[in-house]
Design a protein around this ligand. Sequence first.
Ligand SMILES: [Cu+2]
Length: 304
Amino acid sequence: MLQASEVMRLDKFRPVRPLVGLFVLPLAGCNLKSLNALYTAGSVSAQQRDLIIITAVLMLFVFIPVVFFTLFFAWRYRASNEKAKYSPNWSHSRLLEVFLWGGPIVIIAILGVLTWNSTHALDPYKGLVTEGDKDPVRVDAIALSWKWLFIYPEYNVAAVNEMAMPVDTPISMRITSDTAMNAIMIPRLGSQIFAMSGMRTKLNLVANQKGRFFGKNYQYTGEHFAAEKFQAVAMGQQRFKEWIQNAKASGQNLDKARFASLTKPSHIEDVIYFAPVKSQLLDHVVQQYNNGTPRNRLTKTAER
Ligand SMILES: [Cu+2]
């Protein structure tokens, strides 16, 4: 029960209530937990989140004084304020110059060091080292119209719309597209990497907690763009083995004809498993755009 005094206090906010509602309204369209890159589920995304927060806070050191002094000067030097000194010939202040230049220089210097270090530390092409030095699980992702195909070349299985991953284990992805340019991203695990036909890009990720994480194409491709989404499922080691076994048992043979039909523009709502799958499928998809050449100059630059 609210005390009478508390009701009074709440009432003070009555005039701003519609305003608060207005600001909160756009958030109603978000599923915050699955879309929010700040709600991290892996060490890569956790470091990216820290970067976002640190840089935002650094920017506040400029933003807050600028907004404050803009309003302050407008108020203080208003025409009706006769106490404020009127000095039309004023043009220079050493103290102000020190603040106006010094602040940004310090912030840019901090941002520069931060950017340099984190760009190298969080290079998506760099293999991840996790506790216990676990071998990474390889996943080849191919963007199709309008679905994602995930191939597990070590197990000769594949899945559409679902990317299984053992928890606390590095995932080493190779990415390409057999359609328009796409960009793969699982917001809670971090890193958006582009998928382009004839090219092979890479992404290293890790999930440090079990769960289902929303993933999708984040590069606008036109009609049916919204359908290009999938679930990344992080599970225990034993469950992952079962997932592979299940895919092997219930899978359809992903031969040339089946793959050709999969590449045709279509919506697939359910998860489809494929087995057996050629472990070199991604390479073949890349090569078909390069006259069958195993590696063109573009993929060579993408590979490090
Ligand atoms: Cu861009």
